[in-house]
Design a protein around this ligand. Sequence first.
Ligand code: MN3
Length: 381
Amino acid sequence: MKKTISILGSTGSIGTQAIEVAQKHGIQINALAANRNTKLLAKQCIENNVKTACIFDEGLYQELKELLEGRNIKILTGMDGLCEIAADNTDDMMVNSVVGMVGLLPTLTAIKSGKDIALANKETLVAGGNLVMNLAKQMNVKIYTVDSEHSAIFQCLQGNKRSQLKKILLTASGGPFFGKTAHELKNVTIEQALNHPNWSMGNKITIDSSTLMNKGLEFIEAKWLFDLTPDQIEIIVHRQSVLHSAVEYNDNSVIAQMGVPDMKIPIQYALLYPERMECSCQRLSLTDYGTLTFENPDYETFKCLSACIEAISRGGAYPCIVNGANEEAVGHFLKGKIGFLDIGEIVSQSLDKFGFNEITSYEDVIEFDRAARDFVNSRVL
Ligand code: MN3
């Protein structure tokens, strides 16, 4: 039987590469959804002969309708559209590569429908980790990570006993500003922050990489995906992004996964697990690199990273709060309303603004996400 998938966030960096992987390996795509890029979405839908297309921005419905004129493609919009695709249990898997908290409800909906998830939307695990993991367990649904570091950890777990894991080594490229002091980062421009040395990604995640918020989110993501305690996760700056993360076992043996920095490897591993098929990425030549370096992160300068670790150590709604605060702060930075260092400052402050609260429902997540954003806006606007 041919495998069928749907992709939310199909016009982004992960989405377009997921389509390439699906095409290369004969995976049928049933539905595609995008935020605002109607032209590329329409092109993808026609090329892949999909049944359903969804444009998240409802104002663009007419535009998409015209682009798909005469095609037998159902057109959906908004969160309802994403969830209708997520609920379609004729798919084997849903790739969730939307950006931000908006991905949580479609993830929960897809799990309820019983299909596996290839998850590139880390914010859903950060904001609603306990909800997502409990529901997945209950529904016997597998969540395959499409994050290069977490895919590496997942690969290093194969063939070993989870009970004999001591800790994980989560690598970080360090972003464009590794080694810089707070003083040097004071006047960083939007263009400088958007210029990542190793990976080409969307704006939000590129800014998150430059503040190390991305690594903080990945720290929380790792906790949920692999059922770890915060002290079982060590962050190591590895500038070359060749060793994608590692697992240390009880015998002090460390197993790492390596490869060129190309998201096609983790995307393909998630879509084809447990198969390892030909991949269109480059082969890794270790001698071309020659030297691989490993260093400690600077938790003082990169406040977002410490805030995330503090948030998951405190538990409850705190990860959801730092995530919401960050999404809002990054939005303000990209509009030129706050400086680069203000992002970390505001995210840290959000931790102390709120007392401890549990997350027991999707509504709780929405409430604390909203409260965190309101807090940021009260500081900025
Ligand atoms: Mn990553």
